[in-house]
Design a protein around this ligand. Structure first.
Ligand code: ZN
Length: 485
């Protein structure tokens, strides 16, 4: 930890982070903060470093907790899918065929049936579902897995946001009928709310247009966050399949009257993009800022001794650390032989939500100095109230991160009422455009071209509040448009 650490740090300190240049900032920050190493020699596949992996596992745990609450059971399916099963649902293959990695040989022997690496697991799971689902008493079937999926991305890859190997959560359910599947989707949306609160990610919930729905779905709901660059990032999607896949894979059950019926299905997907959103949304020119609910280190304790006081101060700092650790907090102490400023720099870069500084005078006054990562607000807290105050401060960081992101989202949704008059003004604007739309594809195209943004989807809870922004005719839907990742 001596010289090499300091050298590394000095090298890092030369990097000037500039969040106004979002793509470059993002690309630097994910590595500088110790989340990933991008030097692995396959495009779109990075190495998870311990800090990044711990963050991902904490997020996974939030998801697992929600799954347990809603009676989903965790499974783990094989990575390989036979070509024959993959091909059963026509729309699904069309949607994924260009993105599939194939396994064609075992050693030098060609395989009888080529195998593919799962790009998602419908076609792996549903042949098994058809064996598992027999009677109405087998329903609902609610399972999930957290695994890696593989997609041959041809667009520019970006850590966490667009990868070829993706850390992926997928829930799959079977129900008796459409209505029960609809209730599942409501439950999924509630789960989304809880997960997003923990990650401090306010979002838009939009039904995707027909041409942008998931391959094989009846409809898809996209969950989008707005990045500081003004582009949206989809962080989750929820799909109503109706009985589309059940027909292809013969997932049938016998109802009470002995009649055989197709199951209705839903899926719910999230991925490491959640980290991409957290990094992008909350970070600043000093580094990433992690929500306390998922931060691998919630509190960093930094002793700042005067000359000759090293042992006394460190001992006091260790006591503070142990008290917090004893209460179940994720806390570490920085005893490295570095200047305090260099230590602060390091932990700010890594986005630790709360720093506790303990100096000689703090000990005399029986306080510690707390500094919030998001606002850099400093507060002296009495040692006697350590635990209570630290909990309060972490809660504050959590809610301040959420409100800041929520304000940003609200301030970047613009309603355009008359395309002809307003297109010029809104074309270059960063953010989301909201319009009333008549449903005509010609008007849709004109909106996309004039605003230089794409249809993101329809908010299920909003009704048109004026005529179509293009033709002035009666509006059928409210539409959100944006540029997206
Ligand atoms: Zn129109």
């Amino acid at each position: 930890m001596k010289n090499s650490g300091a050298d590394e740090l000095a090298k890092k300190m030369k990097v000037k982070l500039d969040k106004d240049n979002f793509p470059e900032w993002y690309s630097e920050i994910v590595e500088l903060s110790g989340l990933v190493d991008k030097r692995y020699p396959i495009k779109g596949m990075n190495v998870w470093l311990p800090y990044g992996w711990e963050l991902m596992r904490n997020i996974d745990e939030v998801i697992r907790r929600e799954m347990r609450k809603t009676s989903h059971k965790e499974v783990c399916f094989p990575l390989l899918i036979p070509q024959s099963e993959f091909q059963k649902e026509a729309d699904h293959i069309k949607g994924f065929s260009d993105e599939v990695y194939w396994v064609t040989h075992g050693g030098s022997t060609p395989l009888d049936i080529p195998l593919l690496l799962r790009p998602t697991s419908e076609t792996a799971m549903y042949p098994m579902f058809s064996l598992w689902v027999r009677s109405h008493s087998d329903l609902p079937l609610k399972i999930f897995q957290i695994v890696n999926v593989f997609r041959y991305e041809t667009k520019q890859t970006r850590p966490f946001i667009r990868m070829r190997e993706i850390h992926f959560f997928e829930a799959h359910t079977c129900h008796r009928d459409f209505e029960e599947a609809e209730k599942q989707i409501q439950e999924d949306l509630e789960i989304m709310d809880s997960v997003a609160k923990e990650l401090c990610l306010p979002y838009l919930k939009l039904v995707r247009p027909e041409w942008d729905k998931f391959a094989g779905a009846f409809y898809s709901v996209g969950i989008d966050t707005l990045m500081p660059s003004g582009r949206t990032l989809q962080i989750a999607s929820i799909h109503q399949y109706k009985d589309n896949f059940a027909r292809a894979y013969r997932i049938m059950y016998e109802d009470e009257s002995g009649e055989h019926r197709y199951a209705h299905q839903t899926t719910y997907g999230m991925s490491e993009r959640l980290i991409g959103a957290v990094v992008g949304m909350h970070g600043d020119n000093r580094g990433i800022v992690l929500p306390p609910a998922v931060a691998p280190i919630q509190v960093i304790v930094v002793p700042i001794p005067k000359k000759g006081m090293k042992e006394v101060v460190e001992e006091e700092a260790l006591k503070v650390k142990e008290e917090l650790a004893g209460a179940g907090m994720r806390v570490e102490i920085d005893l490295r032989d570095l200047r305090p400023g260099a230590k602060f720099y390091d932990w700010e870069l890594k986005g630790v939500p709360l720093r506790l500084e303990i100096g000689t005078r703090d000990i005399e006054e029986e306080v510690v100095t707390a500094v919030k990562r998001n606002t850099f607000e400093k507060r002296k807290i009495p040692i006697k109230e350590l635990l209570k105050s630290v909990k309060e401060l972490l809660d504050e960081v959590q809610s301040e991160l959420y409100s800041a992101a929520e304000n940003f989202l609200k301030e970047h949704i613009f309603t355009v009422r008359n395309l002809k008059d307003e297109a010029e003004a809104y074309r270059g604007i960063e953010g989301v455009i909201r319009v009333n739309w008549c449903g005509d594809m010609k008007c849709a195209e004109e909106l996309e071209v004039s605003l230089d943004k794409s249809f993101l989807g329809f908010p299920p809870e909003e009704k048109p509040d004026g005529p179509c922004a293009v033709c002035g005719g009666k509006a059928a839907e409210v539409v959100y448009l944006s540029k997206s990742y």
